[in-house]
Design a protein around this ligand. Structure first.
Ligand code: SAH
Ligand code: SF4
Length: 399
């Protein structure tokens, strides 16, 4: 049994046997969470709300759900009692469940979220000076297999639905106690959850429609009302979908670049074999900018002796010439069995210096929540870890 599996054995295995609390009959009712405004309109019409009233009713229900965080139709006091009862009989306001919460020594919170079918994803909240960022997942696992990423080793994969994506934001607001009291301005810049990054589990551009619908809900001015500039979608380089991100969501873009030659990028980010560095840069050069100040973030994980030389840094700045960019250097976060090591601090600083002198911001990302395996690339649901260790045990028993 390899030494790296030991921590998994200490993970409580109760996660595997928790039963889903929802009753089948309840689960059968359609969920209002995750519907676009048009979708909610159609649902209310279907429920018998008269055409003349439907826009007003959508506005009211929307505000209760997304502005106030209400989950119970009975509390929607500007609807008639009979409409509340009708809606209650037909629909649900349902979020996925948080089955576990870990809080790091640095304040980072990691939520293990259980979704329909008993699958699990992770959401991470990172408090910082002046802002709080929620890192959300778009898929269970990931179909891509970047060799430095823990999520990429997870076998189980399914797309999250829009309600499961927006549900992660709503749950974090529940946990942070951030649904505004009546009369308080929800656009308040002092909010605890002020930014969203689609940098959790999964490749968001392989689940584009659900991600788009969820982000539209999050940005809706009569709801959670986050600015599009406070949302960043990170992709490993799904070239044909990149432009849609600006056109249909309008959020900021980050790209997991990680290498400066196709040879190395093929090994680190295998999607590069489909769309190589040249194709990716072409899509980034053409990325429709909604404002001049909006730069593309290049994420670059620092792997010792793999992609961290001065030559790499020089090649990088040459490759991206002409693209308004910021280079986010991510010290590699280790996970059990990872085949790489983190570059030394001196190496990372020397790399950052070359990039900076070429005229690009080159912040080095401080790892957050490492003690609870919440840092970039460490996410992988616990049941999966437990399942894997069980398989190991079985294999060992057979040996
Ligand atoms: N699938 C998307 C978004 C999720 S990953 C993407 O790949 O862009 C978020 C970021 O964390 C990506 O830049 C990813 O390459 C990086 N990452 C993955 N594993 C990592 C690790 N072990 N250490 C540091 N960063 C990692
Ligand atoms: Fe998937 Fe992103 Fe991890 Fe690659 S880095 S395996 S695309 S989650």
């Amino acid at each position: 049994m390899p030494a790296f599996e030991t921590p998994a054995l200490q993970t409580p295995i109760t996660q595997d046997v928790l039963t889903l609390p929802r009753r089948a009959a309840e689960a059968a009712r359609p969920n209002l969470v995750g519907l676009t405004r048009d979708g909610m309109r159609a649902a209310l019409l279907d429920a018998g709300v008269p055409e003349k009233q439907v826009n007003m009713r959508v506005g009211q229900v929307w505000a209760w759900i997304y502005e106030r965080g209400v989950r119970d139709f009975a509390q929607m006091t500007n609807l008639s009692k009979s409409l509340r009862a009708d809606l209650d009989g037909r629909f649900e306001i349902r979020l996925p469940e948080i089955v576990r919460k870990d809080v790091s020594g640095d304040g980072t919170r990691k939520y293990l979220v259980r979704i329909a079918g008993g699958h699990e994803v992770e959401t991470v909240y990172i408090p910082e000076e002046g802002r709080g960022t929620l890192c959300i997942s778009s898929q269970v696992g990931c179909t891509l297999t970047c060799s430095f990423c823990h999520t990429g080793t997870q076998r189980l994969v399914r797309n999250l639905t829009a309600d499961e994506i927006v549900g992660q934001v709503m749950q974090a607001r529940d946990d942070l106690g951030e649904w505004p009291a009546p009369g308080r301005n929800p656009k308040d810049e002092t909010r605890l959850l002020s930014n969203i990054v689609l940098m959790g589990m999964g490749e968001p551009l392989y689940n584009f429609d659900n991600v788009r619908d969820a982000m539209k809900i999050v940005m809706d001015p009569e709801g959670i009302s986050l600015s599009r500039r406070r949302i960043t979608l990170s992709t490993s380089g799904v070239v044909p979908e990149i432009a849609r991100c600006a056109e249909e969501i309008g959020c900021l873009l980050a790209v997991s670049f990680h290498a400066t030659t196709d040879d190395v990028r093929d090994r680190l980010v295998p999607i590069n074999r489909r769309w190589n560095i040249d194709a990716l840069l072409g899509a980034l050069r053409a990325y429709p900018k909604l404002s001049n100040s909006e730069r593309i973030t290049f994420e670059y994980v620092m792997l010792r002796d793999v992609n961290d030389s001065d030559d790499d840094a020089r090649r990088l700045v040459k490759l991206i010439e002409g693209i308004p960019a910021k280079i986010n250097l991510i010290p590699f976060n280790e996970w059990p069995g990872a085949p790489y090591e983190r570059s030394s601090n001196n190496r990372i600083r020397a790399f950052a210096d070359i990039v900076y002198k070429a005229g690009y911001a080159s912040p080095i990302r401080t790892p957050r929540g490492e003690d609870i395996m919440a840092a970039c690339g460490q996410l992988k649901s616990d049941t999966e870890r437990v399942r894997k260790s069980r398989r190991e045990i079985e294999a060992e028993a057979r040996a």
